[in-house]
Design a protein around this ligand. Sequence first.
Ligand code: CO
Length: 183
Amino acid sequence: MSLTICTYGNPILRKKAEEVTEITGEIHELAKDMLETMYEERGVGLAAEQVGRSERMFVIDIPPDSDMGDDGVRENPDVEMPLVFINPKITAHTEDIQVGPEGCLSFPEIFANVERWYEVDAEYTDLEGHVKQLHAKGLLARAVQHELDHLNGVLLVDRMSHVKKVALGGKLKRLVKETKKAL
Ligand code: CO
């Protein structure tokens, strides 16, 4: 079942998500629905808050042709997609920062450059209840950081430069207005 995406201006996006204590059938169902919704909306990541839920959980699927470094070499060739992250955290990162364009399904048609660590190590629980480690680079590392931000109530608009935020001012205002009208 595909779910409705909460857009910027919906207060749920500012909440801090809650730890998942048990991997129930409901969690499996939510993961399946979140993936379906993400594919339908052509996103590469989606956090539970974006579909109005409070679980600390997100999904990511980076297609192979988007998983390329500047040299045209796959950055995460051994990572199997899609990924379902439950109670994720970043355990380590390199100091190397990469600036890149970022979008978000909660900010339709809005893109901005955001600084992210180029490489991160993450720890999370999968749907089978196993604790997993992930070493991620490039777009995958960016997606993990973006989705983890969602679980802490931090949004794309908080990560973009002040200049960009001002430039997008009218668009952001309209989005908030539309979101509030639909609530
Ligand atoms: Co997002």
